[in-house]
Design a protein around this ligand. Structure first.
Ligand code: F6P
Length: 328
């Protein structure tokens, strides 16, 4: 085996936490240990680089964390790292510890920070996509997305029980920032009559037509899933407009919120995180830098970080059509 391009690496989790980040951390630490690469965990994302919050990690530091939600390293969206002075401090601390490689587990904000840092100071960097939003190009799924999707689905199933008992219309908001992946898939999986996502041009008229269709079909209660980034308006505005259009409806709004970010990762997320954490270290050892490791069609692939944050995975429009046909 050829000599590794890195000898001492750091690993950090940054941005919104996602279930499976711990599993990815475990994979990074244990792969590094297997190949005799020193590995330091950095607390609270890029803030830890600035504050010199480094801890040496070995296989036992990551015991029993594959099952845990959140991130034992903690996470942050560092404002100081956005400044040149903050990044300089971070680099000086890396230099002090002799760091020559970095694994950043997070979403697009994390990758943007990692890219600038790499361009300024040259420390080899690999990104691991960890976000519930699934909004990163270069991987079919991001770590945490599957768990969040299942959490949303279970919550919406519970809402359906009460919606049915009271003949109510529920508008349920799910997370995803500017992306509608969670909304689209949880909506289809829970039989929502309407799915409002930012990737599609929605209109109130179209939504009203759906309610009329549902009524004609004899539906007494319904769920509409709304992505938090929906462009038609806030979930409250949409619910209010519906109440005006259909005064007899008994309408409620439920915002699922951060429940979607917590919980023990699903099997799919643990497997994905293990593969990507391993792939990140192998990539660094091979000399790769400013790349993100992802899984596409069950194959490990490396994509330039720049491309990963600038491009977008397309929403599958067929799913919307299928949901429309099946829900009423
Ligand atoms: O990016 C993950 C995410 O949970 C988004 O879905 C959501 O828009 C955002 O983070 C919420 O951020 P915060 O935890 O800072 O409120």
């Amino acid at each position: 085996m050829k000599e590794s391009a890195v000898k001492k690496i750091v690993v950090l989790t940054s941005g919104g936490d996602a279930p499976g980040m711990n599993a990815a951390l475990r994979a990074v630490v244990r792969t590094a240990s297997h190949y005799k690469i020193e590995c330091y965990g950095v607390r609270e994302g890029f803030n830890g680089l600035i504050n010199d919050d480094f801890t040496k990690m070995g296989p036992r530091s990551v015991k029993n964390i594959i099952t845990e939600g959140g991130t034992i390293l903690k996470s942050a969206r560092s404002l100081e790292f956005k400044t040149a002075a903050g990044r300089k401090k971070a680099f000086e601390n890396c230099q002090k510890h002799g760091i020559d490689g970095m694994v950043c587990i997070g979403g697009d904000g994390t990758f943007r920070g990692a890219k600038v840092f790499n361009e300024e100071f040259g420390i080899k960097t690999i990104g691991v996509p960890g976000t519930i939003d699934n909004d990163i190009f270069g991987t079919d799924n991001t770590i945490g997305y599957d768990t969040a999707l299942n959490t949303a689905m279970e919550a919406i199933d519970k809402i359906r029980d009460t919606a049915t008992s009271h003949n109510r219309i529920f508008f349920v908001e799910v997370m995803g920032r500017d992306a509608g992946f969670i909304a689209l898939n949880s909506g289809l999986a829970t039989g929502a009559i309407g799915i409002l996502i930012p990737e599609k041009k929605d209109s109130i008229e179209e939504l009203f037509a759906t309610f009329e269709r549902a009524e004609k079909a004899g539906k007494a209660s319904s769920i509409v899933v709304v992505a938090e980034g929906e462009k038609l308006g806030s979930i409250y505005d949409i619910a209010k407009a519906t109440q005006t259009g259909f005064p007899s409806y008994d309408i409620r709004v439920a915002v699922l919120g951060h429940i979607q970010r917590g919980g023990s990762p699903s099997c799919a997320d643990r497997v994905l995180a293990s593969r990507l954490g391993y792939g990140a270290v192998i990539g660094l050892m091979d000399g790769k830098t400013n790349m993100m490791v992802g899984m596409k069609s069950n194959r490990m692939v490396y994509t330039a970080i720049d491309e990963a944050v600038k491009k977008h995975n397309e929403i599958d429009q067929d799913l919307l059509k299928i949901s429309e046909i099946l829900s009423i």
